[in-house]
Design a protein around this ligand. Sequence first.
Ligand SMILES: [Zn+2]
Length: 472
Amino acid sequence: MNRILLFILISTLIACGDKKDVEDTVYFGGEIVNPTSDYVVLFKNDVIVDSAKINDDNRFSFRLKNVEEGLHHFDHAPELQYVYLEKGDSIIIRLNTVAFDESLVFSGSNEQVNNFMIEMYLNYEDEDRLVSSFYKLKPPEFSAKIDSLRNQKITELESLIIGEELSENAFIMAKASIDYNSFLYKEKYPFFHKKKTSEENIHQLKVGFYDYRKNLDFNNKSLTYFRPYYDFMLHHFGNLSYMACAENCGMEKYLDKKNHLHLNRHKMVLIDSVVTEKELKNNLFRNVAMDYLLKVHEASAESTKFIAEFERFSSNDKHKEEIAGLYRGIQNLQENKRIPNITLENTNGTATSIHNIVKQKRTTVFYFWTATQKRHFKNVRKHVAKLQETYPDYSFVGINLRTSKQQWLGLVEEHGLDKKRQFRSEDFNELQNTLLIDNLHKCVVTKDTLIVDAFGHLYQNFGSYKKALAIK
Ligand SMILES: [Zn+2]
């Protein structure tokens, strides 16, 4: 009998094992209308899980064993978006790259949480504009507005899960997409309020304003790579360190370079003492270091010291390498150095050195654009045309980022841009890492091949180059 029992037990175990294997497999597939690349790449955090080729019918599919449950993202260059996966899920998406996020629809298991999260994502884009009109309000009124926006969404989430089988983790994820965006507004409030009202000092807040801070989760591995959560953390520590340094360290009101260094050093200490989750901690350290280096972009003893401190805090070798590389990049872009020799491609498809593109003995202004940022592209076209009138001697050169060659040529044609002054690079990463393009308002100003300002701003300080650029 024992033997029979044993036999039954083993066979059920095997059966269970087989069945479980099938049940655990995740299917993720769908259709991408107007594909902008040949692949869909699936990521868990910063690690590639798998990639799938898009077939002639614009369809792709993944069949995945051993999926780590939780938030993933799929990348269809140049865009990406989140997908929440649990074992046994079968999820189909449909999207059109013309409006990537807006057109994205999930169907199948876990469609509720995924559609809810994309809805929150789109909602946030609109809401951000609305909330920016609230910052001038007094703290209690502002708080009430934000809480009411949050409550509407919580109600929507609660009605969504009635009768639906949403796992606890999926619910936590969906709720986090509401909460952390909402809390983020409150972390930003004191700074934006001061700006909008032109009050001289940071408005004093009653203790209750930050009530949600009592329940923050600094140790949630599944949220570490979730944008709203991460953005919240960045602003939260920015807020905490600013307030602490203003109160305890006698930091002056205005953030000059010296203060910036002080603040960022204190921010690292604070993150180290509060955050428990290792990856989140390292990501935040990395952000502090990047933020400091890109804002101050100075090759100096202070910067070197700051990097050494960062290296003591961080336990991520990849980040350390990256920050060291960024600093080398900054050192190469100092005033009066020769602009690094990168290769760009013109509209005829010919590769040329950037040294051959700059205007000899004169001023060249490099600006950047990408097809996906349509509003920026429109603004920059107008703005550059105006600048060209004001500075007829300068050569304004557009460098395109993250756009397929075909699309780029189409846009240059469509908008009648001067083909002699439009370039792109096959290697986006090299371009971005060499010229340190961290935002699209950036411009690089040279006189002949020598750098005047590699960290310029196309809208703000353009006039201040006048003297430096005076033709001798
Ligand atoms: Zn301080």
